[in-house]
Design a protein around this ligand. Structure first.
Ligand code: ADP
Ligand code: MG
Length: 264
């Protein structure tokens, strides 16, 4: 009896047991978990920058995150790996095979300790895209305001339209939305024209992902919200002005995230 009691106490951290891939077991699946996949056939469209910003915003919001990098170049994972070591809310992994997404999301869902899964992808077409779409809740396609981006976004959008026709039950597919990305504060006439055409052709999100140099800074130095905090508590008066810009970038990403998941 004595022994059993001791064991029971000792076993208490059992609730903290982890799954094969390192998710904390809560004992209850998380029905609210959402899988957000960022994709476009266009390279350099702002996919990785967007995922980085969304992750910073979600972390600031206290969300538990699984970040999966399906791009062989591993830009996201390279950035996130050292950062995630000091951040218990986030797990970063490479997603070598698109077919693994189902297994990963299933495991995270069952463990119940992940709120948001972000999947970053490569700027190319491939059958892997069908596979990722099949196991995502939302597809986000960032598009910069240039002619080439408009034309390649059209290809990506047509892929999605074709996919809806190919599958048995299109209602099971994630929604796909276009996000205007790297948008300059003052658009020139050409950019305005591209914006207009995009709105005519695609389901464009209300929120835009604006061009901000804070994203370049975050790419070098780490999470946006941590940069903001460091600037705020820094010794120099100017730091507070800088912090404000990082705060704004986080706010923008939070708005985008809310629009993606429909939590506005
Ligand atoms: N919102 C933004 N503000 C500033 N720079 C951006 C923004 N979005 C993208 N960029 C820049 O555009 C380039 C390509 O972005 P990246 O995220 O690497 O694209 P992708 O992952 O689609 O290949 C990078 O130099 C990045 O810093
Ligand atoms: Mg990328």
């Amino acid at each position: 009896m004595e022994q059993a009691t001791t064991n029971a106490k000792h076993d208490e951290p059992n609730t903290k047991q982890k799954t094969e891939n390192g998710f904390v077991q809560t004992g209850q699946p998380n029905d609210a978990m959402k899988v957000i996949t960022v994709m476009t056939r266009k390279g350099g469209a702002g996919k990785t920058t967007l995922v980085q910003a969304l992750i910073s915003a979600a972390l600031k919001d206290g969300k538990r995150i699984l970040a999966l990098d399906a791009d062989p170049q591993q830009g996201l994972h390279r950035w996130l790996k050292p950062l995630s070591e000091a951040e218990p809310l986030i797990i970063s992994r490479q997603l070598e095979y698109a077919a693994d997404l189902e297994r990963w999301t299933e495991e995270a869902y069952e463990a119940g300790s992940v709120d948001l899964v972000f999947v970053d992808t490569q700027g190319a077409a491939g059958e892997w895209a069908d596979e990722l779409a099949a196991h995502s809740d939302f597809l986000v396609v960032p598009m910069k305001m240039a002619d080439k981006d408009l034309s390649i976004t059209t290809d990506t959008f047509n892929w999605y339209v074709g996919l809806r026709e190919r599958v048995d039950d299109p209602d099971l597919l994630p929604t796909l939305r276009i996000l205007m990305a790297d948008v300059p504060r003052d658009m020139n006439a050409t950019q305005k024209k591209i914006e207009m055409l995009a709105i005519e052709r695609f389901p464009v999100m209300n929120n835009y992902f604006m061009h901000r140099k804070q994203h370049l800074d975050a790419d070098t130095n780490g999470f946006l919200h941590v940069q903001a905090e460091e600037k705020r508590t820094g010794r120099f008066g100017l730091g507070r002005t800088h912090a404000k810009h990082f705060d704004e970038a986080v706010e923008e990403a939070l708005d985008i995230l809310a629009e993606i998941t429909g939590d506005e």
